[in-house]
Design a protein around this ligand. Structure first.
Ligand code: NAD
Ligand code: ZN
Length: 359
């Protein structure tokens, strides 16, 4: 079992990572949150069928009443309607400030349940129990949100959890596509902060179907450690938190224009990372073995080129309206070297030129 303390200006909380970490949850609740009157688990349909009972069984030890509310899978969970249903459920079940919400699922459930917790009665406590690899990124940092038809994650809050309990057993049922999506964020964390981790990943993770518990433990612990350090310094996203957006400027544009759900988040940002690495070589002389990187990620099943049906002019417009751009130019996270990111505005002509070279 690994344990990381996250210290932000507003709160300090533990992240526990390991096999059967869920068994730590009752004790944590009894010690830290013994005043609770009720626990509400919010989870999605798929995760409910696979893992809800395990969590409910673990919570028996707390002696508290445990309710659950099941929402649709994926982005379908992050809608106004589902958010409203959750609030109605909380009101009808007399959830109040002495209650706890547990988000059991991937990033979508974490974002939705976290936003319900952030807003219900002006904020009640919640705990993240992530079940995807991607959620090593989303469960830490306190950003919670739902989508608006005009933009993803546009309606949200900063609301830090009381704890994050990451049970590696839950990852065993994750489909390969979702594993691939989450692993892209692991790669991202290594590239922006830790060359040693990058080299370790490249030589050890050669088949996504064959990742050992030890390897999961290492990559998740290091990934969360990197995110935690950045979030601790910049809780409300005024500065260096933007580095977490490495690969995301083009990635978001690709993900959005392929239609959310058709191309996973990780698959999209992997293409964005290849693009950002190429730009980094050109703009700041990044010394990086791009061919080795491309061979490695291709062997893991990632696509590394922009899908041909996407128009580059449209992607450019999407990149420029990305919320990280402060003026008319697209702002990119580039790398001076692996582990040393920087922000740079890049002219349209260069962006178009580089996209043409990606094919
Ligand atoms: P997700 O929650 O939609 O899960 C992906 C799919 O896997 C779903 O169909 C889900 O039912 C299924 N699933 C989850 N756990 C499973 C398990 N253990 N076994 C089998 N199936 C399982 O997606 P995600 O990739 O985890 O997260 C993506 C979301 O996270 C996006 O909405 C994104 O905006 C958000 N996000 C938020 C932050 C943040 O800082 N708040 C950061 C990154 C991403
Ligand atoms: Zn991401």
């Amino acid at each position: 079992m690994e344990s990381i303390q996250i210290k932000t200006a507003s709160k300090q909380y533990p992240v526990l990572i390991g096999k059967k970490a869920i068994n730590e949850l009752p004790e944590l609740i009894t010690h830290e949150l013994n005043h609770l009157n009720k626990i509400l688990i919010i989870t999605d349909e798929k995760v409910a069928a696979l893992h809800l009972q395990t969590v409910k069984d673990a919570l028996i030890k707390t002696g508290k009443p445990v309710l659950h509310h099941v929402v649709p899978e994926g982005e379908h969970a992050k809608t106004f309607d589902v958010f409203y249903e959750c609030q109605s459920f909380c009101l009808s079940q007399q959830i109040n400030r002495k209650s706890l919400i547990i988000a059991l699922g991937g990033g979508a459930v974490g974002d939705l349940a976290g936003f319900v917790a952030a807003t219900f009665m002006r904020g009640i406590p919640f705990i993240q129990v992530p079940t995807t690899l991607l959620a090593h990124d989303s469960a830490v940092g306190g950003k919670v949100a739902i989508n608006h038809p005009l933009g993803k994650n546009m309606i949200g809050a900063f609301h830090q959890p009381e704890a994050v309990i990451y049970d590696l057993e839950f990852l065993k049922t994750l489909p390969l596509k979702e594993l691939r999506s989450g692993f892209a964020e692991v790669i991202k964390h290594s590239l922006i902060a830790d060359n040693e981790l990058y080299l370790w990943l490249k030589s050890n993770i050669v088949d996504l179907n064959d990742i050992t518990d030890e390897q999961f433990l290492t990559m998740i612990t290091k990934g969360i450690g990197i995110k935690a350090k950045i979030v601790e310094e910049d809780e409300k996203e005024n500065g260096i938190r933007a580095f977490l957006n490495f690969g995301h400027t083009l990635g978001h544009a690709v993900e959005g224009s392929m239609g959310y759900g058709n191309f996973t988040h990780g698959e999209s940002i992997l293409i964005g990372m290849v693009y950002a690495l190429k730009l980094s070589r050109k703009k700041v002389d990044l010394d990086f073995k791009l061919d080795e990187f491309i061979d490695w990620v291709s062997s893991l099943g990632y696509q590394i080129t922009i899908p041909t049906r996407l128009e580059h002019a449209m992607l450019l417009e999407l990149m420029k309206t990305d919320k990280k751009s402060v003026n008319d130019a697209a702002t990119f996270v580039l790398l001076n070297e692996v582990g040393s990111p920087l922000l740079m505005d890049i002219a349209d002509s260069e962006l178009i030129e580089e996209m043409a070279e990606m094919i």
